[in-house]
Design a protein around this ligand. Structure first.
Ligand code: NAP
Length: 198
């Protein structure tokens, strides 16, 4: 797949490397594509202006700071229309943690997925803890569930679909639990969730 990754920091860089390693075509979208600090990433994918990277992707991963993500979505509706848009952003101080409402307003034909938002990036770089595979809870448009599951599994995580976009607020509760454990209770950033069921 052609994947546009908007924001080439910890989340964008980590997921881009994983997906490139299994054959996806990666384009990172950044503010200053010529910046020397992106040299290492150029072995993983092209580094382009953010709007171009989104326009060329079949899948677009939003991996910007939360407030910047809202600006990006509102300014690039055309580039996101009809695409699978994975929102990994967390706007912890915003009225909403994610940009799904804005995305639905400006690009109603987009196929949104809320994923990679609930755990620290270290758990995506190394998706096992103590020999156990980390579960990644996610939600989104049922029409693109299988593609999202594929992309999550390719990172090495076990995808756990919790429902359509109506479950996004519940999903964001996992993020708040992770923050409480890691920043409030002293658990390390290599903390993750596992679903037990029979
Ligand atoms: N870090 C985590 O463990 C983690 C886990 C789950 C979800 N998230 C969420 O994922 C998102 C990205 O987090 P991150 O840790 O990857 O952040 P990061 O390492 O700080 O990277 C953010 C990226 O966004 C770019 N950026 C910043 N402001 C921008 C703007 N106004 N327009 C365009 N690009 C801009 C930065 O580029 P410049 O270098 O040009 O500033 C950088 O490439 C955040 O919303 C975060 O809450 C993070």
């Amino acid at each position: 797949m052609n994947i546009g990754i908007i924001g080439a920091g910890q989340i964008g860089g980590t997921l881009g490397r994983k997906w490139a390693s299994v054959g996806h075509i990666i384009r990172f979208g950044v503010r200053n594509p010529g910046d020397a600090r992106y040299e290492a990433l150029r072995t993983t994918g092209e580094v382009r202006e953010a709007g171009q990277a989104a326009a060329l992707g079949e899948v677009v991963l939003l991996a910007l700071p939360g407030a910047a993500a809202a600006d990006f979505v509102s300014g690039h509706a055309h580039a996101l229309a009809g695409k699978i848009v994975i929102d990994a952003t967390n706007n912890v101080r915003g009225a909403e943690m994610n940009v799904l409402t804005m995305l639905a307003e400006v690009a109603p034909s987009a196929r949104p997925v809320r994923a990679f938002s609930t755990l620290g990036w270290e758990n995506f770089a190394d998706p096992q803890i103590g020999g156990q595979q980390i579960d990644l809870f996610f939600c989104g448009d049922p029409a693109v569930r299988s593609t999202a599951e594929q992309l999550i599994a390719e990172v090495g995580l076990r995808p756990v679909y919790i429902g359509n976009l109506d479950t996004a607020a519940a999903l964001d509760g996992f993020t708040r639990v992770w923050f409480a454990l890691v920043f409030g209770q002293g658990y390390g950033r290599r903390t993750a969730f596992k679903l037990l069921s029979e």
